[in-house]
Design a protein around this ligand. Structure first.
Ligand code: XMP
Length: 518
């Protein structure tokens, strides 16, 4: 939990995949916020520093789960409330509004039109309309007494409602996603114009807050940190070093699924340059052995997660006083693997450091970055004076190349994909494209196709290239390369690597695809 003395906005989580985006938007506006699971609200004792409450969206529906009620604690606080999507409906219902299942679902882009003015929609409309992002089937059919309709869409006749006397507001759409063009402004109006909260939260406060929290959690114990050399675990190691000094021991595991030359570079940077207490474990043989003939993506992830823990526990036995395993888990890893607050969200894949962990673990997990997004972690890294080359690196998943080789994995395939990735990334750097792209990699598809080289027939693998742009890894779009670049890359990969006779470029966004293949 956050600093007690700081004014905050409370976000009541009903299980939306976007709840953390609300918190993030509020942080960007210079304000501190805390998320609580809607079921744990009864424990809410001290609301002196809370200046307003936001009710999140969620997968539940009021029309099918008829018994659902808004927790009366929220009303007792007499604080301003903003309900989003499901939060909008549950708020309307509490005051006597009617909710019904709409004949038409409303998903994605929608235009809402202005009917009345209110504080949260100041400058929100452009010529009386605004573009928003909807995701719902239930609608508010009748506005509660004391509320007025501020805006409507084709499908939601009460898309924004307000009771300005009580300072209660409800919006059917999601102001927290970037597709709602003026969503951040609406949140800004709510927290500053309605809640009148002070702007005192910035990255350096976040750094101090994280360091303070780590110190009080860890006490006199020692911590081992899983360092992969990626942005998240690098920022985490430096943060931990600042917080607990030599009580930190970093362990870098070579899974055999690392990028070309990665192990040498990590040892050089972290041990020699940044003077971290680093143990190098080469476990590549055991990882490859355990993954032999494993083709199911979730199984691969679970095996990798378990092996990581086994290795850490083995190392731990050699040391004294180790109580914690620190991991650079970020919010998108969590949201896709399980819910952060225990609210119901749907599982997409088990990130190796979350859903891939065994149920019984001897080490206690320490995950100080778990509420942050990648760009926030990068800013934190800058505040910690981490070298720019490390902060700017593309994300690399813990299971590494293993999830970029769908199907059976063997040393030959690993070698091929290492080389292809090395060529691709080097060319991106040479052409000044690396920093314009959020993440790029080469993968090896488990199909062989026929080709012709030097008048002869070939029957070899397909290399898939992926390059995406993104803000936070939650959504992504493919990067639009020039034809000449793709041509050059394709030639270079095929001419340099035996085993590939076809190169394809992935043109799917996330959603519907994910960034990695598995
Ligand atoms: P997806 O494939 O879920 O990836 O769209 C989103 C971001 O997370 C990274 N990723 C992982 N990172 N352990 C990690 O540390 C994992 O198991 C894992 N799976 C995906 C992925 O590279 C992308 O940046």
């Amino acid at each position: 939990m956050g600093p007690k003395e700081i004014e905050k906005i409370l976000i009541v989580d009903f299980g939306s995949q976007f709840t953390q985006l609300v918190a993030r938007k509020i942080r960007e506006l210079g304000v501190y916020s805390e998320i609580v699971n809607s079921k744990k609200l009864s424990k809410l004792k001290d609301y002196k520093t809370i200046k307003g409450i936001i009710l999140s969206g969620g997968p539940l529906t009021i029309t099918t789960n008829k018994g659902i009620k808004l927790n009366e604690i929220i009303i007792k606080t007499k604080l301003p409330v903003l309900g989003i999507c499901y939060g909008h409906q549950i708020l309307a219902k509490r005051f006597g509004g009617k909710i019904k299942i709409s004949k038409k679902r409303e998903f994605g882009r929608a235009i809402i039109s202005k009917k009345n003015n209110c504080l949260i929609t100041k400058n929100f409309f452009n010529k009386n309309s605004s573009i928003v992002w909807m995701s719902h089937q239930d609608i508010v059919d009748k506005v509660p007494k004391g509320f007025k309709t501020i805006a409507y869409s084709d499908n939601s006749k009460h898309a924004i409602i307000a009771n300005e006397k009580l300072k209660y507001y409800g919006v059917q759409f999601h102001p927290e996603v970037t597709h709602t063009v003026k969503g951040k402004l609406l949140i800004k109006n709510f927290i500053f114009k309605v809640c009148k909260i002070k702007k005192i939260w910035h990255t350096s406060k976040q750094k101090e807050f994280l360091i303070k929290n780590i110190r009080s959690n860890v006490g006199n114990n020692r911590v081992i940190c899983a360092l992969s050399g990626g942005v998240d675990s690098s920022v985490l190691s430096i943060l931990l070093k600042k917080a607990i000094g030599n009580k930190l021991i970093c362990i870098f595991v070579n899974t055999g699924f690392l990028r070309k030359n990665e192990e040498n570079e990590i040892i050089k940077t972290f041990k020699k340059k940044l003077k971290l207490n680093l143990i190098y474990v080469n476990a590549s043989k055991i990882f490859i052995k355990k993954l032999q003939n494993i083709t199911e993506p979730e199984k691969k992830r679970k095996i990798i997660g378990h092996l990581f823990i086994k290795i850490f526990e083995k190392q731990m036995k050699k040391m004294k006083n180790i109580k914690f395993l620190a991991q650079g888990t970020l919010y998108p890893d969590l949201i896709e693997s399980k819910s952060v607050t225990g609210s119901p969200t749907s599982k997409i894949k088990s990130h190796h450091n979350v859903g891939g962990l065994p149920k019984k673990m001897k080490l206690k997990l320490l995950e100080p970055l778990k509420f942050l997004f990648k760009d926030e972690v990068r800013r934190l890294g800058l505040k910690l004076s981490l070298p720019k080359e490390i902060i700017g690196r593309h994300p690399f998943p813990g299971p590494g190349l293993a999830i970029r080789i769908p199907g059976n994995i063997n040393s030959h395939k690993i070698q091929i994909v290492k080389e292809a990735d090395f060529i691709f990334i080097n060319e991106l750097k040479k052409h000044n494209l690396y920093n314009k792209i959020w993440q790029a990699y080469a993968a090896l598809l488990p199909v062989k196709t026929v080709g012709v080289m030097g008048d002869g027939r070939t029957y070899e693998y397909i290399c898939l290239l992926r390059a995406i742009t993104s803000e936070d890894g939650m959504t992504a779009d493919f990067y639009f390369f020039k034809k000449s670049f793709l041509q050059m890359i394709s030639n270079k990969i095929i001419n340099s690597i035996t085993g590939i006779n076809r190169v394809v470029f992935d043109i799917t966004s996330k959603p519907p695809s994910t960034i990695e293949l598995e």
